[in-house]
Design a protein. Structure first.
Lengths: 601, 191
């Protein structure tokens, strides 16, 4: 218990060296639940904020899908929600852009970056490497509160007179740089930039902490190659974030200059409503380079943590060691390096030099190799395993399946010649929603179902979990599979009304089907949210310390660990994290010394 | 004081706070790398306008280089437990930092009066304001941190001989110094 106090003390007062740490700090409601420095509480804060954002972002997609699926109908519910933005129950085109922009921003950054990494990095790093808390619990708390502030600013932009940012989640100039250009480029855009700046600061503080905790604060015996793959994945995620988010920030700073100080970083020769603007010599492509230098690593920031979570869950629930542990690490590292070298594949149609384009094609297609290694290793991990089909395991298997489906279309889009045809069509929407959106959500759900007992000392309801899995899987394919065909037929993304194209009228009923599937998928997610909060208070209690029979350190803590995680000494680690089904034993915890007659792996 | 989070075995390694700062430095460097590479890309396009760096930026360069030197001396004084000397030199470092920022602002004004302004055509000057401005913001952050540890050394009720916070401060200060040197050379050659 005294160690618990040490941590709080370390943060609270620098410079009281050598004093015996005896004063007992009483935990108040505020210090325990709000301004908490306990990594486990911060993880829960990230998760709950992420869930709220996911409901908002998901609801947006349901509402604009209503309009896309049934373009001739009017929906009073839209007017109820959006007022004058949807007069007569029909979404206005400007507001449709705002909705898709916010849907993308919210889900990519606020849910699948902060909600996902924030939750699992905070929860798992100290617990799995054997540390009492993060390297700097104070910075960790600050990271959450900056994220929260970013959330408030982004949320407030929804309620401004001119509406939220509406230039797509990538906020390309000149649209985003000129308030004159559209409603969504006025104050909503400023709030977007401010929110993202706060968000980047939050990510940097978080990432710093994750990296230095993993590299510096592992318990005795926990060498790097004894770490669970979750921690490796989070480490690479944090490195990606720390090195790429600042570049986005630099792009946004220049964007702010262009918006408010009249500079011409991105603007040149522009006419708005017949009026020539004084800006000269700027280049909108410059912004795209800066943006995608973050933007591409960002998709790996989203997917890498779920790769780690899935690796862990697949091994535990097949009662087999993860296949190719070192290959898993090497492929994570390869993805991490390549992530920085492929950004221009988002820009094949910007007039990029075709030679440069072919270099980026090559580098992009190289990512298929480490991805394929990972997929192969996941499949061989569960091959002939003693599979326990818990909801977490189903979601982890689903993650692998969806990742394959989405990854294969990546090979299409990575080729610049095919991309020229498919760029800005529904094919792209289908590709990245499957490979990055749905599969990341599957990994996240797997993680939540699996570590819920550690978070709250209770289990989530299994039956609801199975329904959640099967319906979500079916709906994910029903929604996104047809979009591939739409895209190949040339149907553009970001268009509200396609009625002027006769050739797309064949897709009316398909669009209606997608919308119905979206509504079903969304309601099943609400059921998951219900399951989450219900199980928090009423779920089946966890009775044993190690309910899944896992080897890793988090299951050596008490069922309800206090701040400091372990009562008494931090356990020492003697082996890697994947001794399942070894020497006739179901599993051997990492804390058990290697026996004399034990076989080597 | 950090005995609680730093175990015996970890003492031989780099202190976590120092390590975290190294990562943060890498992160800040990426931002400036992004900006200066944007500058290079843009400078190859037509309609690019260059500018002449006012001489006052040499003064500020000397000031910040000197402040790095005094920072080194301050850390040495701290380690020698010469507290009076430490406070005095830390105060000098703080003043040099403030003088640096003032010189930058004067330099910006001179540049502005030389008709290098925000409005209209793009050019090196606009990048200079943005990049050197962001650098100044990082220096101001350092100045605030200097002020905090300076005040702590005066009002602190307990004596601390732990050099880590001071060393972390020093690392950051040298970083913004070297960063300015890089920017200065960058703009001299390409501006």
């Amino acid at each position: 218990m005294s160690d618990t106090l040490h941590i709080q003390h370390e943060v609270a007062s620098h410079g009281h060296s050598g004093e015996p740490h005896v004063h007992h700090q009483k935990e108040t409601f505020v210090s325990k639940y709000i301004f908490s420095m306990d990594h486990k509480m911060i993880a829960k804060q990230f998760l709950v904020t992420g869930i709220i954002w996911a409901i908002i972002g998901g609801l947006f997609s349901v509402l604009f899908r209503l309009q896309l699926g049934f373009p001739d109908q009017s929906f009073p519910i839209l007017e109820t929600f959006f007022g004058r933005w949807a007069e007569g129950g029909k979404i206005k085109p400007e507001f449709y852009y705002a909705l898709t922009t916010m849907h993308g921003t919210v889900l990519i950054f606020f849910v699948l970056t902060a909600g996902l990494s924030g939750t699992f990095a905070n929860l798992l790093i100290p617990l799995q490497v054997g540390a009492r808390d993060m390297a700097s619990p104070f910075m960790n708390m600050l990271s959450f509160w900056l994220f929260f502030a970013a959330s408030i600013v982004m949320l407030s932009s929804l309620f401004t007179q001119t509406g939220p940012a509406a230039g797509g989640w990538t906020v390309y100039p000149p649209l985003s740089a000129l308030g004159l250009a559209s409603q969504g480029s006025k104050s909503g855009m400023d709030l977007w930039i401010i929110a993202m700046t706060l968000f980047v600061a939050s990510q940097l503080l978080g990432g710093l902490n994750y990296i230095s905790t993993i590299l510096n604060m592992r318990t005795k015996g926990m060498s790097m190659t004894r770490m669970p793959l979750t921690i490796w994945a989070i480490l690479f995620t944090a490195i990606l974030g720390v090195l790429s988010f600042p570049v986005l920030l630099s792009g946004l700073v220049l964007l702010m200059f262009d918006r408010h100080l009249g500079t011409s970083f991105y603007l040149s020769d522009i006419f708005v409503a017949g009026q020539a603007l004084p800006n000269e010599g700027g280049s909108a492509i410059l912004y795209q380079h800066l943006f995608w230098f973050l933007g591409h690593p960002e998709v790996y920031i989203i997917i890498l943590p779920t790769m780690g979570l899935a690796s862990e869950i697949l091994a535990i629930n097949s009662r087999k060691p993860v296949f190719g542990y070192m290959a898993m690490i090497a492929s994570l590292m390869a993805i991490c390096v390549l992530a920085f070298l492929v950004w221009a594949h988002h820009m094949f149609v910007t007039g990029l030099n075709p030679f440069l384009g072919s270099v980026f094609v090559l580098l992009t297609l190289l990512i298929a190799i480490p991805s394929a290694i990972k997929v192969f290793n996941w499949i061989t991990t569960i091959w002939r395993g003693n599979i326990r089909f818990t909801p977490a395991m189903l979601f982890a298997i689903g993650f692998v399946s969806i990742f394959i489906s989405g990854g294969l279309t990546g090979i299409w889009l990575g080729n610049s010649t095919i991309d020229v045809h498919l760029h800005d069509t529904m094919f792209v929407i289908a590709h990245f929603h499957i490979v990055m959106g749905v599969s990341a959500f599957f990994g996240m759900f797997a993680g939540i179902y699996h570590w819920f007992p550690k978070l709250f000392g209770r289990y989530m309801n299994n039956t609801l979990g199975y329904i959640h899995f099967w319906v979500t899987l079916a709906c994910a394919y029903l929604i996104f599979w047809p979009m591939h065909y739409q895209g190949m037929a040339g149907m553009p993304r970001r268009y509200l009304d396609k009625s002027s194209w006769v050739s797309f009228s064949q897709f009316h009923s398909l669009d209606a089907m997608i919308t119905i599937a979206t509504i079903i998928a969304f309601s099943v997610q609400l059921m998951f949210v219900f399951n989450y909060f219900y199980s928090m208070y009423k779920g089946r209690r966890v009775r044993s310390q190690n309910p899944w029979g896992a080897t890793t350190l988090e299951w050596t803590t008490p069922i309800h660990p206090g701040h400091g995680n372990w009562e008494g000494e931090i356990p020492e680690v003697h082996r890697w994290a994947y001794d399942y089904g070894k020497d006739g034993r179901d599993f051997i915890p990492q804390t058990e010394p290697v026996g004399e007659n034990e076989s080597t792996h | 004081m950090n005995t609680s989070i730093v175990s015996e075995q970890q003492h031989r390694r780099l202190h976590p706070h120092k390590f975290a700062l190294w990562v943060a430095i890498a992160s800040i460097l990426m931002m400036f790398a992004g900006l200066t590479s944007a500058f290079i890309v843009k400078s190859n396009q037509s309609g690019w306008r260059t500018f002449v760096l006012p001489n006052i930026f040499w003064v500020s360069t000397v000031l910040i280089l000197t402040s790095s030197l005094t920072m080194l001396m301050a850390i040495r004084a701290f380690k020698n437990r010469a507290l009076q000397q430490y406070r005095r030199i830390l105060g000098v470092t703080f003043l040099l930092g403030v003088a640096f920022v003032i010189c930058q602002v004067i330099g910006f004004e001179q540049l502005w009066n030389n008709n290098v302004q925000f409005k209209g055509a793009s050019g090196a000057g606009q990048f200079f304001y943005a990049i050197a401005g962001l650098h100044a913001v990082h220096v101001i952050g350092g100045i605030i941190a200097l002020l905090v540890i300076f005040l702590k050394s005066i009002t602190g009720k307990t004596k601390s001989y732990d050099a880590v916070p001071v060393e972390v401060m020093g690392m950051y200060w040298h970083f913004v110094d070297l960063l300015w040197l890089y920017l200065m050379i960058f703009f001299m050659i390409l501006g």
